[in-house]
Design a protein around this ligand. Structure first.
Ligand code: SAM
Ligand code: SF4
Length: 335
């Protein structure tokens, strides 16, 4: 099992398998998309699978595929199958915008994907089209239905909350009551904010700290007759690999979670390493320090890949020290 300098067990690998996407969320990607990269600049699916096998031999047991949008990468189902078969890999998950799930969910389940997180920042069709600059919300609703139908469990829905958007929090709360969905509110983070003069527009006042959000939702839910947020204890929370705090409403089928990387940063519990689609290992989401494993993978020198992996673990900082803004966009890192 991988252990870092600060005694943390690092066994969770987040793989960004593409930096492309079929949406253009305001806070994640510029309207024109990311500049196209040469085929050679990106890891091939075979290279990704070899990297996972090497990481598994170093103690990584959980893998999440992300992006960009992982489902726009051709061959993604075969990649999932290959990763799921890798000795040492116990669980495979995916974070997706859900649009292509109606097409792929059954095949992904068959291939060995265990669970999906679906990103959906609003339940209002017009606001969704505005945030994603091009998305049809009905596609995501169909994606959620298919994910539940084919038996992914748990199915989590992630919403980034941005103060100036004024999202309807109660609508999400009701979703968690009516369906077996685990709704999670994510604090808006300053990733990619150093791009361009004003980055993609992140500002501190747009981040609603979790404590404030919990209070707000609790108040609104009581006023609407949904009752109070009931904190969940270990064992009654949906299974997960991250640091969310979970609650539910009385009689609800699903739960409500809050994830805060800023106001209550969880660096002490950080269990992950990230790799970009170009084969760069990132020890911390908020730091632009990266280790290039692509050349080592291409040379077939697995020991070198192992050495780089260990170096990256050693370089994991104890915490992010509120560093604001990264060179890379979230669509390039994978969230
Ligand atoms: N395209 C997939 C999706 O949207 O689920 C996977 C990649 S996306 C980069 C992963 C997650 O990062 C999404 O849930 C997205 O909302 C979140 N994200 C992107 N930029 C963010 C930011 N600045 N702060 C917080 N979350 C962000
Ligand atoms: Fe695409 Fe996901 Fe970024 Fe939205 S958040 S632009 S869906 S990568």
């Amino acid at each position: 099992m991988g252990m870092d300098q600060h005694g943390r067990t690092i066994d969770y690998l987040r793989l960004s398998i593409t930096d492309r996407c079929n949406l253009r969320c305001l806070y994640c990607m510029p309207e024109e998309g990311v500049p196209p990269k040469s085929h050679d600049a990106m890891l091939t699916l075979e290279e990704i699978a070899s990297f996972v096998a090497i990481a598994a031999s170093e103690g990584f047991s959980r893998v999440r595929l992300t992006g960009g949008e992982p489902l726009v990468r051709l061959g993604v189902v075969d990649l999932v199958a290959q990763i799921a078969r890798t000795p040492g890999i116990e669980r495979v998950a995916m974070t997706t915008n859900g649009i292509l799930l109606p097409k792929y969910a059954a095949a992904l389940k068959e291939a060995g994907l265990d669970r999906v997180n679906i990103s959906l920042d609003t339940l209002d069709p017009q606001q969704y089209a505005h945030i994603t600059r091009r998305g049809d919300i009905n596609g995501v609703f169909a994606g959620i239905d298919t994910a539940l139908e084919v038996g992914f469990n748990p199915v989590k829905v992630n919403a980034v909350v941005i103060r100036s958007l004024g999202q309807d929090l109660l609508a999400f709360a009701r979703l968690s009551c009516d369906r077996p969905l685990h709704m999670r509110f994510i604090e808006y983070m300053p990733v990619g904010a150093s791009q361009g003069e004003h980055g993609l527009g992140w500002s501190k006042k747009d981040t609603i700290p979790n404590e404030e959000l919990i209070e707000l939702l609790d108040e609104q839910a009581q006023a609407a007759g949904l009752g109070r947020l009931i904190p969940l204890t270990e064992g009654s929370r949906p299974e997960g690999w991250g640091p969310a705090r979970y609650y539910r409403f009385e009689g609800a089928q699903g739960t409500v979670g809050f994830i805060s990387a800023l106001s209550r940063h969880f660096c002490g519990e950080c269990n992950r390493l990230r790799i970009t689609a170009e084969g760069r290992l990132r020890p911390c989401l908020f730091s632009d320090l990266e280790f290039d494993v692509k050349a080592a993978l291409r040379s077939g020198d697995n020991d070198k890949v192992r050495r780089i992996l260990r170096e990256a673990l050693t370089a994991k900082p104890d915490e992010h020290h509120y560093q604001v803004g990264t060179e890379r966009l979230m669509s390039q890192i994978g969230g």
